[in-house]
Design a protein around this ligand. Structure first.
Ligand code: AMP
Length: 472
């Protein structure tokens, strides 16, 4: 049975993992080290990762996943593993379960090292890192400035530039946002074990070793629901966008709805009527696929299977788009957010831009209608305008600038993929309806019926939102 240790940055995962390893002889696997090894050994995956790092981007989860597959191929199936820093998302947790089921392994336990934000902030503010092996040291316990490990030659210890209180608080926000669903995932499958990560170092060491012993003897009690809820108390509050003062008045709208609900069509009209940019994450991905960029290559595998592109990839793309000057006065998001972590990430992005979401237009359409629409949907490869084969039997784009470009059917509009997309919509995106309703931002519009009638309701809703902005 394999085990993973998770917990906020600075909780001491690496330090305590070492004690578990020496006590039980597990094989250590940390994604940070895998990444460093691949970079150092200049493997193909290392080269891929380097490209992202050079551009200051996060290494996509797919690359990390591939490193894990590679690593597992090299260790004997009987070795027991201790993961540190992986999984970091439910996607990765599911990936690991699927991968393990094929290789006769099981991730039997996930230990969450529970440590309060105050403690983390205090620890990180006194943390120094080895410039060669990246091992962390605490000034309180190790008052020297050079690395003591044999693998290094007394390298200098330095303070990371992002170890400031504000940045630590940001990192903790991100951590809890991404880890709440993981914690849920493992609690529901009785694989989560919580260990108190604060207090005397040796006591924490002992506690974690004891838990692992019990886990290996099948005597440990997995965490209960109420214990998990205690962890949530640690979660720092994301600033409420309504109470943030000095908000810039912009028309920032979200279109929510199942694939094929008509978001793109309606959003395009609103974009022209109100002269604000439409940001369609699906269109941006398709453009990247067409241009064969790295982002396109990563996104394609997910899109072709009707899956969501990993949150970190999509979020950094949206963050980048929202920082551009053409959305200064407003934007329409079409296809983002698509799950709760993305919605929370958007709130954080908006807060840092001193903006708030003006309203969320939800186009509700029954599944049967969605299937009917998507099975006949055709797209223009140039302007991405959607058509239905029933109303465009010539199958050419009517946009004058596209010069009668022949239309095509999107790969992900095939019936099998549509089913997968609808499943994701109901499982991941539909909860956003309630989320935005509770925030007082939801405007529900029946997306079935006459196109002109729907367009009329959408326009009225947006005019209502516009009228709430102070006019200069
Ligand atoms: P769409 O054109 O909006 O239907 O998006 C097509 C595909 O792009 C989706 O099925 C996803 O694979 C991917 N995609 C678009 N937006 C997102 C998002 N916000 N998060 C993750 N994946 C997305």
């Amino acid at each position: 049975m394999d085990i993973a240790v998770i917990g906020p940055p600075g909780a001491g995962k690496g330090t305590h993992a070492q004690s578990v390893i020496s006590e039980f002889g597990l094989n250590y696997i940390s994604t940070g080290e895998l990444l460093r090894d691949n970079l150092e050994q200049e493997t193909g995956l290392g080269f891929m990762a380097q490209g992202y790092r050079d551009r200051g981007e996060m290494v996509p989860t797919q690359v990390i996943d591939a490193m894990i597959v590679d690593f597992l191929g090299k260790v004997s199936p009987d070795t027991q593993l201790l993961f540190n820093g992986f999984p970091r998302s439910v996607y990765q947790a599911e990936f690991l379960d699927k991968l393990f089921s094929k290789t006769n392994r099981t991730l039997g336990a996930v230990i969450f090292l529970k440590t309060s934000d105050d403690e983390i902030e205090q620890r990180i503010s006194e943390r120094l890192i080895c410039s060669a092996c990246q091992a962390p040291f605490h000034k309180r316990f190790y008052p020297f400035r050079s690395c003591p490990y044999d693998r290094c030659t007394g390298e200098h210890l330095y303070r990371r530039t992002d170890d400031t209180p504000e940045m630590v608080s940001d990192r903790l926000n991100t951590f809890y946002r991404n880890n709440e669903p993981i914690i849920d995932y493992y609690q529901k499958t009785d694989r989560l074990f919580i260990v108190e990560g604060e207090g005397d170092l040796l006591r924490v060491d002992q506690a974690i070793v004891n838990v692992v012993r019990k886990i290996l003897n099948d005597e440990a009690q997995p965490a209960t629901r109420s214990e998990v809820e205690q962890i949530r108390f640690l979660k720092p509050a994301v600033p409420d966008p309504v109470t943030v003062i000095d908000i810039r008045q912009t028309l920032d709208i979200i279109f929510l709805g199942a694939p094929g609900a008509g978001k793109g069509t309606q959003a395009e009209v609103v974009s022209q009527q109100f002269n604000i940019e439409r940001i369609a994450t699906g269109d941006i991905f398709r453009q990247n696929i067409k241009n064969q960029t790295q982002l396109g290559k990563v996104a394609k595998t997910y899109i072709d299977h009707g899956k969501l592109v990993p949150d970190n990839v999509t979020e950094s793309m949206v963050r980048d788009r929202l920082s551009q000057s053409d959305v200064e006065h407003g934007f329409i998001l079409d296809g983002f957010p698509r799950n709760l972590p993305q919605a929370e990430a958007l709130t954080a992005m908006m807060t840092s831009l001193k903006r708030r979401v003006s309203g969320v237009l939800y186009l509700s359409v029954a599944d049967e209608e969605i299937i009917r629409r998507l099975s006949g949907r055709l797209m223009c490869p140039t302007c991405q305008r959607p058509y239905h084969e029933q109303f465009n039997p010539e199958r050419i784009c009517l946009n004058p600038s596209c010069e009668k470009e022949p239309l095509y059917q999107r790969d992900d509009d095939r019936p099998e993929t549509v089913k997968a997309r609808l499943k994701i919509f109901h499982g991941e995106t539909a909860p956003l309806v309630d989320y935005y309703r509770k925030a007082g931002l939801l405007i529900e519009i029946n997306g079935q019926g006459e196109l002109t009638d729907i367009g009329h309701q959408v326009r009225e809703a947006v005019e209502g939102l516009y009228s709430l902005l102070p006019q200069s």
